[in-house]
Design a protein around this ligand. Structure first.
Ligand SMILES: [Zn+2]
Length: 371
């Protein structure tokens, strides 16, 4: 398949809208494309568990040679919004959207690379080990597909996994991701008429702002960040606000530091609410666990060696966000994230750099054909 055909396939894919939990039609196309290669894919039943119209899609390509580890390849089927009516525009080396939507290269660049790699393995009769192909749903709304994946269907677990969801630069390999916590807090004070009897009221908004103003937020240290992302409260201009709701998060590559930062934020919310005569109701949860892969680990070493084979400089990158790799690592499949040639994800400026996509394809081929 020539470069033009790959770009054409990518453009066809992004025109098919596949928002989280509504990937069904798109997944079916991928299932058919795999079937054309003689690869039978199965749905895993995760859709009902996560409230979507589509399951994760799992397939296996048997080894045609000995001495290779079992390798999992993954990309997610869903894209963030706005994604309705994506119209890709190809300008020389770059594909962009028309500007009113994202492009959807996150993660359809990864899907195109995996499919094209499978085609080339077959066309050129390249020796490879067993490949486990996992196309996940609902990644963008909390890694739900990977969380609800039927891991029994992957048994025996692949020795390693590659998640094709890692940004522009060919050779860039994300080998670490932070732990993350989320905090929802509802501060409840007392409503009162703001003009007639304000002294009877307790302003939940003021209690919340006093707490937030005392928090360490932003970049806490080299490994840790924190943010209050939303605040929502009050009913009307002339009513002392009874409630204020806050959504906050903290991330750290160091789990202990994350614990401290989360405790710092929840303690201040509790303390300031009480001090102000209000109450704070807290929901705190681990959004995802982080991971850290050493350079010597086979999943990292293999990708590094493969990059050099195709004249790419491997760059080990410490990620700042979550991806399905966080969940796969948690489930005992050491997984790293590969670049795909896509940039500016989750924005209207999202793009795909075609020469980089092709380099990432060569890189993936080297990864699965290296002994
Ligand atoms: Zn993604």
């Amino acid at each position: 398949m020539a470069q033009d055909t790959i770009v054409q396939e990518f453009c066809e894919m992004v025109r098919l809208d596949s928002p989280p939990r509504r990937e069904g039609a798109f997944a079916e196309i991928i299932r058919q494309k795999l079937a054309e290669l003689g690869i039978e894919a199965q749905y895993d039943g995760a859709g009902v568990r996560l409230g979507g119209d589509c399951d994760n899609l799992i397939a296996r390509l048997a080894a045609n040679a000995e001495g290779f580890p079992v390798v999992m390849l993954n990309a997610h089927l869903d894209t963030v919004g706005p994604s309705a009516g994506i119209e890709p525009v190809v300008e020389e080396d770059i594909v962009r959207s028309r500007g009113e939507t994202v492009l959807g290269a996150d993660c359809k660049a990864g899907i195109v690379i995996i499919l094209e790699a499978l085609r080339r393995l077959q066309q050129h009769g390249l020796a490879h080990g067993e490949l486990v192909l996992v196309f996940t749903v609902a990644e963008e709304v909390g890694l739900l597909g990977a969380r609800h994946l039927d891991y029994d269907a992957l048994e025996p677990l692949p020795a390693m996994g590659y998640v094709l969801d890692g940004g522009h630069q060919p050779g860039k390999l994300t080998t670490a991701a932070p732990y993350a916590d989320e905090i929802d807090c509802t501060i409840r004070g007392r409503a009162a008429h703001a003009g007639v009897e304000p002294e009877k009221g307790i302003s939940a908004i003021q209690a919340a702002s006093r707490a937030i103003s005392q928090m360490r937020l932003g970049r806490i240290d080299g490994e840790t960040t924190a943010n209050v992302g939303t605040i929502d409260g009050g009913q009307a201009r002339n009513i002392v606000p009874e409630t204020a709701k806050i959504e906050a998060e903290a991330r750290s590559h160091d789990e202990e530091k994350l614990r401290e930062q989360t405790a710092h934020m929840t303690d201040i919310l509790q303390r300031e609410a009480v001090e102000y005569g209000a109450t704070a109701q807290m929901r705190q949860a681990r959004t995802y666990n982080g991971f850290h892969l050493d350079p010597e680990e086979p999943v990292v070493a293999r990708a590094g060696a493969a990059a050099r084979q195709v004249d790419l400089e491997p760059v080990l990158h410490k990620g700042e966000g979550g991806s399905d790799a966080n969940i796969f690592n948690e489930h005992g499949i050491p997984s790293a994230v590969l670049a795909t040639g896509a940039g500016q994800p989750h924005t209207l400026e999202e793009y795909l750099h075609i020469p980089s996509l092709l380099q990432c394809l060569q890189w993936l081929l080297a990864i699965v054909t290296t002994k």
